[in-house]
Design a protein around this ligand. Structure first.
Ligand code: MN
Length: 249
């Protein structure tokens, strides 16, 4: 089993080192990750600047780009083999609901899916990244079950969220749908030292609305959440309705 690990918190992040440790119990591992934090970089691809990859350790590279750049470079250029699986994370912070559209962690896995390689994005919803290491046994067990499937679906990735509880209290694994996220006051306006206004996105509070069966509900009740995501954003149920709008008339 050949496994590529990446993330969006940067190559020095605790979550990535825990993920790589779990992966090394299952096979041959390479790490190709951003040289700095790239959270919320979404599926950004660097096309108008050169990219540099630096080997920092045996089988470990840092790239001055996004998680998408890392996976594209790893598979297309840097690695001496094609991965059987790509694992992205463990992100420092949740990636539930609409988060998956902004997340660099999910995008790293998504890029692998586009390249035809099965992939899993993993996030820890707590704020204390030091606690991620305790999830090593939970993570190793879950990942080994996933990578041993020989029927992993095409065009689909798995989005995993680990609950913010002590790992020994985890109640199990739930397969879920995405919840909905509600951010309040997420843009802060302030004044810079020269008297000009500036804005900061990402402050404010986060609230979730998620019924039973959603990712938020699962982690909120002490379960590991596993959401299958597919890349086709088409609203298939609406195709015939929009057809009737007569847009070509
Ligand atoms: Mn992140």
């Amino acid at each position: 089993m050949r496994i590529l690990c990446t993330n969006d918190d940067g190559y020095l992040a605790t979550g990535l080192s825990v993920l790589a440790r779990a992966a090394r119990e299952l096979g041959d591992v390479r790490v190709v990750a951003p040289d700095r934090e790239q959270s919320a970089s979404s599926h950004s691809l660097t096309m108008r600047l050169p990219l540099r990859a630096q080997r920092v350790d045996d089988g470990v590279y840092r790239v001055d780009g996004t998680p998408t750049d890392c996976v594209a470079l790893a598979v297309g250029e840097l690695l001496d083999w094609r991965p059987d699986f790509v694992l992205s994370g463990v992100n420092h912070g949740a990636n539930m609901g609409e988060d998956v559209l902004y997340s660099g962690t999910v995008a790293g896995a998504m890029e692998a899916t586009i390249l035809g390689i099965p992939a899993v994005a993993i996030s820890y919803i707590g704020s204390e990244s030091d606690r991620i290491a305790g999830f090593l046994p939970v993570l190793t067990r879950l990942i080994s079950r996933i990578v041993s499937r020989d029927d992993f679906p095409a065009e689909t990735l798995l989005n995993v969220n680990l609950p913010d509880i002590p790992p020994e209290e985890v109640r199990g694994v739930r397969v879920t749908a995405l919840a909905r996220r509600v951010y309040t006051d997420s843009i802060t306006r302030a004044t810079d030292p020269r008297g000009r206004p500036y804005y900061w996105i990402g402050g404010g509070g986060v609230e979730w609305s998620g019924a039973e069966g959603t990712d938020f509900h699962a982690v909120d009740n002490g379960y590991v959440s596993v959401t299958p995501l597919h890349l086709d954003l088409t609203n298939h149920a609406l195709l015939s309705d929009v057809e009737e709008w007569g847009l070509d008339g």
